[in-house]
Design a protein around this ligand. Structure first.
Ligand SMILES: Nc1nc2c(ncn2[C@@H]2O[C@H](COP(=O)(O)OP(=O)(O)OP(=O)(O)O)[C@@H](O)[C@H]2O)c(=O)[nH]1
Ligand SMILES: [Mg+2]
Length: 299
């Protein structure tokens, strides 16, 4: 299956929900309102949904315009909205190593996304080291080690309940001495309102800067695409309290509200590094504005 077909399948719930508003309808006042409502239901965000419906109305489609013409227009508009937020995670690196810090709320998909990312890096010829900075749960280290074994990628971890910042420091030293070109750091899940746990992230950042004062080169917030408005609160908090360079939005295969990617980018100007489209190791895709726009409209 090609990437776009796979994405269409991923976003089928979202596209079906939007398209029931379009299919077989006459183009009248009601039509634009229905599209606006459908976009809002798909979590596209009120402001953007109103704007898109207005643009459609301004375009003055003839009453007999086809569903496909309407969809193509929306695909183009959404692509333009999203293009500035395509963030390339897979460009070549020269930071020796490139240090990527992965953070987010419990269960959002951090560890799984790290395994998927590492797999992509490895396939591209990189030599990543994964650091198990989630020292909170023993099972977290095991989960990362499991993926490391499966993928043939090295995992660095400390002793049980070790200080996360200390593990990160030792891991980066090891990566440097072994000439790894990418380090990806897994961290324990933490709620955005737990300031004590947020402070631990500051400590991790301070410690890695003793080795490389430009690190972390990327801080990625992983969001669960199923959580809707809660995802917005998470971005707001982590942006203000920790600072982030962009997002990975996961579990888009299980939601009818796949428009959340649009509302997040428009509201927070947050680049999207990748999207999670399933539980398998291949199910993480670099973010493409045009493919995403086509997929959520089933076009
Ligand atoms: N369907 C689907 N499931 C996903 C996706 N990404 C992650 N998951 C699942 O979400 C669950 C949690 O993923 P983890 O990677 O363990 O999440 P985490 O953020 O590391 O969780 P903590 O370490 O507890 O904070 C697992 O069952 C994953 O398989 C995705 O894109 N689609
Ligand atoms: Mg985890």
């Amino acid at each position: 299956m090609g990437i776009l077909d796979k994405l269409k399948k991923t976003f089928r719930k979202t596209s079906e929900s939007i398209l029931t508003a379009v299919a077989g309808k006459k183009i009248d006042e009601n039509f634009y309102q229905e599209i606006e409502d459908a976009l809002i239901r798909a979590d596209v965000g009120a402001q953007t949904s109103i704007m898109l419906a207005q643009k459609l109305a301004d375009k003055k489609f003839p009453r007999d315009a086809t569903e496909s013409e309407i969809k193509k227009f929306l695909v183009d508009e959404i692509t333009q909205l999203l293009e500035p937020y395509e963030a390339d995670l897979f460009d070549s690196t020269n930071k020796n190593p490139e240090i990527i810090l992965v953070i987010g709320v419990n269960g959002n998909g951090k560890t799984t996304s790290i395994a998927k990312l590492a797999n992509i890096f490895k396939q591209k010829g990189h030599d990543p080291l994964l650091i198990a900075g989630d020292t909170f749960r023993a099972a977290a280290v095991e989960q990362l080690k499991y993926w490391g074994n499966q993928l043939g990628i090295e995992v660095f971890h400390g002793k049980e309940q070790a200080d996360a910042a200390g593990v990160v420091y030792s891991g980066i030293e090891k990566a440097k001495s072994e000439n790894k070109d990418i380090v990806i750091i897994d961290t324990a899940g933490r709620m955005q309102n737990r300031d004590d746990l947020i402070a631990e992230l500051d400590k991790i950042k301070r410690v890695m800067r003793k080795i490389d004062d430009t690190a972390p080169h990327k801080t990625i917030l992983v969001l669960d695409g199923l959580t809707g408005q809660t995802a917005h609160l998470q971005v707001e908090s982590f942006l203000n309290k920790v600072g982030i360079d962009g997002l990975i939005v996961t579990k888009l295969d299980s939601t009818a509200k796949g428009g959340v990617v649009i509302s997040l980018t428009q509201k927070y100007k947050a680049p999207i590094f990748a999207i999670g489209v399933g539980e398998g190791i291949e199910d993480l895709q670099p973010f493409s504005a045009s493919q995403y726009a086509s997929a959520i409209l089933g076009e």
